[in-house]
Write a new protein. Structure first.
Length: 179
């Protein structure tokens, strides 16, 4: 992709793919083009080798820390400065000042949206709870190297959820210096 974005044309002969002269127009304006890699365990080496960022749905803090440590180790092996590889958590939010209500409604919305039972929604990184609960949980990720949160709101009241996120949850978290 980087070659397509920067070279006029080129040919490629590889182990899995080959093609004759190709190119794309228009070229992207931003240089360099950041490549963020969404990766499970099998692709963490690719993040360390090629990624300008790591996009994850780590289901819990322990999983995030374990994967982050693997990326850092792989990056060091390749001579890259691992701490410079930012990470973004794709988290699903449903907030309420009542913890039990937030959890019940969050899972009900998720099951309805994905048309699957909760047991089949292991791909979610759910943050269903009070703004304080979710801020505490997120803070652990931030202290462990998380640099961004991509928030998916799952609710019939998106504007109300946005208010809770921005006005009540966000002020309670702090990103590490320099991130």
């Amino acid at each position: 992709m980087r070659r397509l974005w920067t070279e006029r044309t080129f040919a490629f002969e590889g182990r899995y793919y080959s093609f004759e002269e190709i190119g794309i127009e228009p070229k992207p304006i931003q240089r360099p083009i950041p490549i963020w890699v969404a990766a499970g365990d099998s692709a963490l080496k690719r993040v360390a080798r090629l990624g300008d960022g790591w996009f994850t749905v780590a289901h819990n803090l322990e999983e995030f820390v374990t994967r982050r440590e693997k990326i850092e180790a792989y990056a060091r092996e390749r001579g890259r400065e691992a701490k410079r590889i930012p990470s973004a958590l794709f988290a699903t939010f449903h907030l309420d000042r009542n913890r039990e209500k937030a959890e019940a409604e969050g899972w009900a919305h998720a099951e309805h949206y994905f048309q699957q039972s909760r047991s089949n929604l292991k791909h979610l990184s759910p943050f269903f709870g009070t703004p304080e609960d979710c801020a505490r949980r997120l803070q652990g990720y931030l202290e462990s190297g998380l640099t961004a949160v991509v928030a998916r709101i799952i609710s019939s009241d998106v504007s109300g959820q946005m208010r809770l996120l921005i006005e009540e949850l966000k002020p309670q978290i702090s990103f590490a210096a320099g991130s």
